[in-house]
Ligand binder design. Sequence first.
Ligand SMILES: C[S@@+](CC[C@H](N)C(=O)[O-])C[C@H]1O[C@@H](n2cnc3c(N)ncnc32)[C@H](O)[C@@H]1O
Length: 241
Amino acid sequence: MSRAPNTAIAAVPDLPDVDDKPRVVEAMFDRIAPRYDALNRVLTFRMDVGWRRTAVRALLLPRSSRVLDLACGTGDLCRTLVEAGHDAVGVDFSTGMLRAAHTNAPLVRGDAMQLPFADATFDGITCGFALRNFAALATVLAECGRVLRPGGRVALLDVAEPVSPAVRFVHGAWFRHVVPFVGGLVSDRAAYRYLPASTAYLPPVPELLGLVVAAGIVDVSRRTLGFGAAQLITGSRAASR
Ligand SMILES: C[S@@+](CC[C@H](N)C(=O)[O-])C[C@H]1O[C@@H](n2cnc3c(N)ncnc32)[C@H](O)[C@@H]1O
C-alpha cells in the first residue's frame, strides 16, 4: 500500500493519517494487549483459532521448518506453529502485545517494514490480521520476499467482506456495531472502532494479490473462511527473481 494520502481512507472516520499510522497503531495495541486474546475468542465465536490452524496447514511445510510469524501480537500463531512442529519466531513492534504473549517461541521486537533478519532466513512466513495495520503494505511484502528462502511459503490471514448480501448484512452489523460496543465495554472503545474501520486499508482483492505477486511470490491463491469474514492468501517465494 502506498504511503501517499488516500482520499477514500481519509474519508473514513476512526482511521489515523498514513504518517501517524505506525505510532497510533503501536500505542493502540499496547493498550488493548491485556484483553486482546479473550476478546478475539468471544467476538469471532472462537473461529479465529480454526483460521490460524488452517493458515499453518496451508504452509504445506514439513515439521521443523523455520517460520516467521509477522506481527505476531500475543503469539497465537506462534503457538499454532509450534504445535504443528515448526521452529517459530515472532516479530512485532508493540511491546505491550509481546509482554502479553503466551508462547515458547522466541519473540523479537521489530518493525515489519524493516525486518531484523538476513535474506533467505525462513522457510515460511505467517501473518495474522495485520496486513491492514501496516503503513506501507508493499514495503512489508517486499521484506517478506527478502527474508524467505527461494521456494519458501507464505500464509497471510486477514479479515474480509463477505460476498453474499445476507451474510454481508449480518457481518456488517456485528463487525461495525457489536464489536465496537463489546470492545468498548471490556477494553478500549477507540481501538475497537478502529479495528473494523481499518478494513478500508485493505486494497481490493485483485490489487492485494498483485502486491503479493510484485513481492516475488508465485502460485498465489486466495480462499475465504468463516462465511467470507476472513481471507487466507498463500503462495511461494519464486526460485529466482
Ligand atoms: C490485529 S493484531 C494481530 C496479532 C496476531 N498476529 C494475531 O493473529 O492475533 C496486529 C498486530 O500487528 C502489529 N503491527 C502492526 N504494524 C506493525 C509493524 N509495522 N511492525 C511490527 N508489528 C506491527 C501490532 O503491534 C499488532 O500486534
